[in-house]
Design a protein around this ligand. Structure first.
Ligand SMILES: CC(C)(COP(=O)(O)OP(=O)(O)OC[C@H]1O[C@@H](n2cnc3c(N)ncnc32)[C@H](O)[C@@H]1OP(=O)(O)O)[C@@H](O)C(=O)NCCC(=O)NCCS
Length: 399
């Protein structure tokens, strides 16, 4: 069986809210956020009728209550997709949405379907991280992992131990730059076009959620220096150099390249290769390093060929470790997260993988000279995911 080319046609997300009662999605269901994204993808792409979508795959870390009951199927029904559309839910924690996209792409590549919607959602207000998890006691009793492995902030402190040259000051500087890049991108109108506004009921009444709640454009080194270190006394990881706790959904429309051509659609990027790799759970933030080495090998490329990198910023320290490994300019490389990252936008776990993809999609349009881009992220309990994309909006690409 020959694999078919798979292309990403479009992507959109909700605004990312702050998790908890003060967040604008507190009274909004996670599955309704998914429905909003699906409906918007269809509205933006009228060549694709709801009857044409054959598969709907969604990632969520906690698969219960408003994120349960096979979200891919429930959201297909709620969004008015055809009853013939199949639906599935996947979980790879933070890379749940990335896995939804690569799973849909694999189905398309092997001819199981032609057109799919895939994405990720996490309502961390309704589903605090690991709140209802029941880890096997053998993890700790048999010392399969240390207790740190179950608390992501502690894994970030462990990374600081592993890389003593990544100081708290350097992590804070990285975080501040991320916030400033995001603020600039907002001002230049680059972020708003990736967000579908959603009217939601809040404690203040009805509001339109059309702007992320997490970014702090007024971040300074002095302000960051004053923050406490919740994961270790006198530690280095703070609320300022970590991603936050957020609610959000993000999805993409993917299809066979031939199908796009037949429909007269000009796709934005072509999937070149993807992979996932494991690392020690106690230092889960290293995950993007082996995943990126592996995906570059599969793609037959080197880091020199990659013009844009969207790296999920779970923690600043983990991004700096990645930059060191691949000899990027630290703490700011023009190729990496040009519009900032999860430290500013927030990180509603499973939705972040597709968010990286839609950033890359828009960045490709602005940088037609770039041929290849990478989306990569770390995953709790020690994994990394990486996807290489080819720019179809580039100078060299054929319509
Ligand atoms: C780090 C963490 C525990 C902080 O949670 P929190 O205390 O609810 O965070 P807050 O947003 O309330 O910020 C805490 C304080 O820092 C301040 N702060 C946060 N970012 C700041 C910034 N950039 N500049 C200045 N102050 C900042 C806040 O104003 C707040 O101050 P206050 O207590 O005086 O109100 C939480 O965000 C976290 O767990 N992050 C990691 C998430 C994660 O593990 N994801 C999975 C990755 S694999």
């Amino acid at each position: 069986m020959n694999a078919r080319n798979v292309v990403l046609v479009d992507g959109i997300r909700t605004a990312f809210g702050r998790a908890g009662e003060k967040g604008f999605f507190w009274y909004t269901r996670a599955d309704d956020m998914v429905v909003k994204v699906i409906r918007e993808l269809l509205r933006r792409n009228p060549q694709v009728t709801p009857q044409m979508v054959e598969e709907n795959i969604w990632g969520a870390t906690t698969q219960e209550k408003d994120q349960g009951l096979t979200l891919g199927r429930t959201s297909a029904i709620l969004a008015g997709l055809s009853e013939k559309c199949a639906g599935a839910s996947v979980d790879r924690m933070c890379a749940g949405g990335m896995t939804a996209v690569t799973t849909a792409a694999s189905e398309i590549a092997l001819g199981a379907c032609d057109i799919a919607i895939a994405g990720g959602v996490e309502h961390m207000g309704h589903h605090p991280m690991a709140a209802t998890a029941d880890p096997n006691p053998r993890f700790l009793v048999d010392r399969l992992v240390s207790e740190d492995a179950l608390v992501m902030g502690k894994t970030a402190e462990n990374l600081h131990d592993l890389y003593p040259d990544i100081t708290k000051e350097l992590a804070d500087e990285y975080a501040m730059i991320s916030q400033l890049k995001t603020a600039k991108a907002h001002q230049e109108g680059k972020i708003g076009k990736m967000i579908t506004p959603m009217t939601v009921y809040t404690r203040e009444g009805w509001v339109v959620a059309d702007r992320d709640q997490q970014p702090r454009p007024d971040t300074t080194m002095e302000g960051l220096n004053e923050l406490r270190t919740p994961f270790r006394p006198l530690g280095k990881v703070t609320a300022g150099n970590s991603s936050g706790l957020n609610d959000g959904a993000c999805g993409v429309l993917v299809m066979a390249e031939d199908t796009a051509k037949a429909l007269g659609i000009r796709p934005k990027m072509r999937l070149v290769a993807y992979t996932y790799a494991g690392v020690r759970p106690e230092v889960m933030g290293l995950g993007p390093i082996p995943a990126t080495h592996k995906v570059l090998k599969i793609a037959g490329l080197t880091m020199k060929d990659i013009g844009l990198i969207e790296l999920n910023e779970a923690f600043a320290v983990q991004c700096i470790a990645f930059m060191k490994e691949f000899k990027l300019k630290c703490p700011d490389d023009p190729r990496l997260n040009p519009w900032g990252g999860a430290i500013a936008f927030g990180h509603p776990l499973a939705s972040s993988g597709p968010r990286l993809m839609i950033h890359l999609m828009h960045e490709f349009a602005e940088q037609p000279e770039v041929t290849y881009g990478l989306t990569t992220m770390c995953v709790g309990l020690g994994q990394g995911g990486a996807v290489v994309w080819e720019n179809l909006q580039g100078n060299g690409s054929k319509p």
